[in-house]
Write a protein that binds this ligand. Structure first.
Ligand code: ADP
Ligand code: MG
Ligand code: MG
Length: 301
């Protein structure tokens, strides 16, 4: 069981003092789907990036905590009591990812000759290594700090003891079956000629392989036709159903919520969660837009 908690989170642009988040409080647990909705510019993507540790934002107040139980780590790592709650704001983006936070694909540039399979295997091995380091409490070689946003995990060969080619084929096959993806997909070269929809499917595949405890998916529904929206939605549901991933689904539109039914719906306005409710809240937003929430919150009807 994992639980991500945002407590009274305030954030601004790192280079400057423009305030964006003004007290966001939100909890997402394993197995739950939360929809984070709101008009453009309300702070949804900033929330996602602050969770992941994007260097463009500075947190000025509040907390981002990740609470973990042992079973998140399988048999290989047993967590000490004092490691169950992590203050993510103290950790580098790669370390947050290693603890099980997934932020929808930072889509890598096209790299000649690298297949999706190799890319995904390298990403998985990078996560495994980072996690081992975190739980060894290894304080050595800190000079190679990497914020994870500028480098791709394609650098460097995989170490021995990592998931090898043959083992990875098995993992990949299982995940692709789970997501009902076409096998040919993984043989394609990274990013080369992928349509927008295929990129979104790759994002879900990457999440399935990394098995995050909490996945933050930012507008994964944008620009998808109905068939592809269904495929991507099936994949998101499988993440929750097959591996218990808690999902923070950021979306401007209600449409995807017909296929990925949220347990909780939150409306963000001006850097705060202005209103929370169940799936019926999303339907009301579909019918009436966001203005009534604003009227309700600010009393300006
Ligand atoms: P949403 O995802 O809800 O559309 P964002 O989180 O992307 O909203 O942006 C919220 C507000 O913060 C917007 O007014 C946006 O222009 C501003 N903002 C976000 N990131 C930056 C940045 N790096 N520099 C300057 N302004 C930013
Ligand atoms: Mg600043
Ligand atoms: Mg956004």
């Amino acid at each position: 069981m994992a639980r991500l908690e945002l407590r009274n989170l305030h954030a601004e642009v790192a280079e400057g003092d423009e305030k964006i988040l003004e007290g966001v409080t939100l909890e997402v647990e394993s197995g739950e789907i939360h929809a984070l909705m709101g008009p453009n510019g309300s702070g949804k993507s900033t929330t996602a990036k602050v969770i992941a540790g994007h260097p463009a934002y500075e947190v000025t107040e509040g907390e981002v905590l990740l609470h973990l139980e042992d079973e998140e780590f399988g048999e290989d790592i047993e967590i000490d009591a004092d490691q169950r709650t992590w203050d993510l704001l103290d950790l580098e983006p790669n370390e947050r990812a290693a603890l099980g936070i997934f932020l929808g694909f930072q889509y890598p540039a096209e790299i000649e000759g690298v297949t999706m399979t190799n890319f995904l295997r390298t990403a998985l091995n990078a996560k495994i290594e980072e996690r081992e380091e975190l739980f060894e409490g290894d304080e050595g070689d800190a000079e190679e700090e990497d914020d994870g946003f500028e480098t791709s995990p394609m650098e460097g060969p995989a170490d021995e003891g990592d998931v090898g080619v043959a083992e990875f084929q098995g993992i990949l096959q299982e995940k692709m079956e789970q997501l009902e993806m076409d096998e040919k997909f993984a043989q394609r070269y990274l990013n080369a000629g992928f349509s927008g929809g295929e990129k979104k499917q790759n994002e879900v595949l990457q999440a399935a392989i990394l098995e995050p405890s909490i996945a933050v998916l930012d507008e994964i529904d944008s620009g998808l036709d109905i068939d592809r929206l269904q495929d991507v939605s099936n994949g998101i549901n499988a993440l929750r159903d097959e591996q218990g991933t808690g999902i923070l689904q950021i979306t401007h539109y209600q449409r995807i919520l017909d296929y990925v039914e949220p347990d909780h719906v939150h409306v963000m306005l001006d850097g705060q969660i202005a209103k929370s409710g169940g799936p019926e809240l999303a339907e009301k937003l579909e019918d009436k837009g966001y203005d009534w929430v604003r009227d309700e919150v600010y009393g300006t009807a």
